[in-house]
Design a binder for this molecule. Sequence first.
Ligand code: SF4
Ligand code: SF4
Length: 330
Amino acid sequence: MNILWFQSGGCSGCTLSFLGLEEMDLIEWSRSMQLNWLWHPSLTEHSGSETQAMLDAVLKDEIKLDIFCLEGSVIMGPKGSGRFHMLAGTETPAKELIERLSEKADYVLAVGTCAAFGGITASPPNTVEATGLQYDQNFAGSLLPTNFKSRAGLPVINISGCPVHPGWVAETIGLIRFQKLKTEHLDPYNRPRFYADKLVHHGCSRNEYYEYKASAVKPSDLGCMMEHMGCVGTVAHADCNERPWNGNGSCTKGGYPCVDCTSPDFGHLNHSYQETPKIGNIPVGLPSDMPKAWFIALSTLAKSATPKRLKINAISERIEISPEIKRKKL
Ligand code: SF4
Ligand code: SF4
């Protein structure tokens, strides 16, 4: 399969993340998937003129484009002209090439939250008019219209994440390779369901603290980070605690709150990422499928029953009180 990866307005973080694919060495994995990289900023070594010739051939349908990946946001400014991001040595704005390549591809992948929804690059004041490929934050319709479908009949597949998890990219490409990715496998924001139907909260090592509302108050604490530290793992769609990063890690495991980097709103918070906005004493980002009153009632009950072990450990850097061992009778 011919695959082309184009970088636009971003930081290259998704490329770096993808290079760290762990299931298999990336080169071996590409071979096993029979991928032919027409262009990738870190995997191919074509010169500028060779690349230009390849792009011309793709646009003339002389080379088939099976998968087109966009990394980074589309730069629309100034005033929708796209002239803030021109293709080197040409008078062509990158957004024009992105649009034309999208029309030629069987599958179009927005790799990372910038490409999918605008992300950090589109954070206010967004002077470059950055946007996602088919979404502008929550709103469908952007460079590509709402009704855009690639040649295989799918909308842009939004593999959001900041950066994207390498496993999410590899699994999406694998599903495409074996013709197993259909519209019903995408969620309402066109993210692959295999990771977007999970929540970061699933499998978090701090779940016992969450159950008893034993909360961390500073970054090195062991407790749940929802109440004070800004964690929104209970509403963030991703499998980061079931499919670890770098073999074993995740944001919450490393002591950082989940900031919901797969969300269309990522990059547009109006408060610090490491604080929990509250009304009174109640966090506003409660689990979305639970009535607030129940949550408050359960939290109050849980807090009244928190074991001393969890209360103390939650605000400690290491386990201060170990779980009790029941004495066995001889
Ligand atoms: S730290 Fe976040 S993801 Fe982990 S248990 Fe608490 S709310 Fe859930
Ligand atoms: S834990 Fe949350 S912030 Fe961290 S990578 Fe996963 S979705 Fe993004």
